[in-house]
Ligand binder design. Structure first.
Ligand SMILES: C=C(O[C@@H]1C=C(C(=O)O)C=C[C@H]1O)C(=O)O
Length: 287
C-alpha cells in the first residue's frame, strides 16, 4: 500500500528535450503516490544527491559523482550520435584558437560543461579559463571568447542571427570518438529501490510507455513546443527525431569513455561503473 511516507519525489528537467518521456506519462494511474519536481539539470543533480528527491533525470556527469548511491534506469536517457542542436558553443574565433581563451559556462549544466573541458584539453590540447554564468548569451559574450548554452537557452539563441560561430558538442564528440554520448540519465537512489521497488517499477514502465507513444507520433510534443517555446513544426520534428531516448550497450559505451576521460583529467575522483537497475531485486554492474 502506498503511504505518504513512501510517496516518490521525481525530478523532471525543465527543458524541452525530455518531453517525450513525460508527455504521455500515465499520471492518472499513479494516484497520489508520486510528485514531480521541475528544475534545470544542476538543480536536480543537487536535490537527488541531497536525498530531497528519490529519482530523477539528471546530468550523466552527476551520476559519476554519486554513483555509490544511485542505480540507472534502463531504456531511458537523453543521448545522441552526432548533433544534438541544443548543446552549443557560441564563439568569436575558430575553436582551435580558444585553447588559451576565455569561455563562459552555464550554471545549468554539468555533463556538457565537462564535455567541453574534455574536448578542449584532450582534442585541442588547450586549457581555456572558464567562468560560470547565467545562461544568457548577451551577458556571457562581452567578456568571453566563447559561451556554452544547453537546453532551451541554446535552442532560442540558435534562432538569432548573432554572427557567432556555432559548434554542436554532440557532433564534436562523435567526430572525435565515433561514439554515442548520453547527456541525461534517469537515476534512482538505491535506498528508494529498497523502500519502494514496486512503485519504482511502475513509474519506470510509465516513462518507457510515454517515450514509446511520443516517438510513434511526435505531433503532441511538437505542437506543444511550438505553442510554448516558439519555432516551427519542422524545427521541432527535426529536434526530437535527432535525440535518442534509449539507454543500452551503445550508449553505455559512449558514457564509459566520457567517464574515463573525466577521471583521467581529475574532474571525477573515481572510475565510474555503469550500474543498471535490471529488476526489483537485482542490480547488474557492467565493466
Ligand atoms: C540534450 C541536452 O542534454 C542535457 C544536458 C545536461 C548537462 O549538460 O548537464 C543535462 C541534461 C540534459 O538536459 C540539452 O540540455 O539540450
Amino acid at each position: 500500500m502506498t503511504t505518504t511516507e513512501n510517496k516518490l519525489r521525481i525530478g523532471r528537467i525543465d527543458f524541452t528535450n525530455v518531453w517525450p518521456v513525460f508527455h504521455h506519462f500515465p499520471m492518472h494511474a499513479m494516484g497520489n503516490s508520486i510528485e514531480f519536481v521541475k528544475q534545470v539539470p544542476t538543480g536536480l543533480n543537487r536535490a537527488l544527491a541531497a536525498g530531497e528527491i528519490d529519482m530523477s533525470a539528471i546530468s550523466s556527469f552527476a551520476y559519476g559523482e554519486s554513483f555509490q548511491d544511485y542505480v540507472l534506469l534502463p531504456d531511458l536517457s537523453v543521448s545522441a550520435l552526432g548533433p544534438v542542436n541544443s548543446l552549443l558553443l557560441f564563439h568569436k574565433k575558430p575553436i582551435e584558437e580558444l585553447r588559451n581563451g576565455r569561455i563562459a559556462l552555464p550554471t545549468t549544466s554539468a555533463t556538457t560543461n565537462n564535455l567541453l573541458k574534455i574536448i578542449m584539453e584532450k582534442k585541442y590540447g588547450g586549457k581555456p579559463a572558464y567562468t560560470y554564468a547565467r545562461p544568457d548569451l548577451d551577458e556571457m559574450m562581452p567578456e568571453h571568447d566563447g559561451a556554452l548554452l544547453i537546453g532551451d537557452h541554446a535552442i532560442k539563441a540558435s534562432w538569432l542571427d548573432n554572427g557567432y560561430i556555432v559548434t554542436d558538442l554532440g557532433q564534436e564528440w562523435k567526430d572525435w570518438t565515433g561514439r554515442w554520448m548520453s547527456f541525461a540519465v534517469w537515476a534512482v537512489r538505491k535506498s528508494t529501490i529498497e523502500r519502494s521497488p514496486e512503485l519504482v517499477k511502475k513509474v519506470w514502465d510509465g516513462f518507457v510507455e510515454s517515450k514509446r507513444k511520443s516517438l510513434q507520433d511526435l505531433t503532441g510534443v511538437v505542437s506543444e513546443a511550438v505553442r510554448t517555446i516558439g519555432g516551427t513544426e519542422t524545427y521541432w520534428h527535426h529536434y526530437f527525431s535527432h535525440l535518442c531516448y534509449e539507454f543500452g550497450p551503445d550508449q553505455w559505451s559512449g558514457l564509459e569513455l566520457y567517464y574515463q576521460y573525466a577521471w583521467e583529467l581529475g574532474f571525477l575522483p573515481e572510475q565510474v561503473p555503469i550500474q543498471i537497475w535490471s529488476d526489483i531485486t537485482r542490480v547488474r554492474v557492467t565493466e
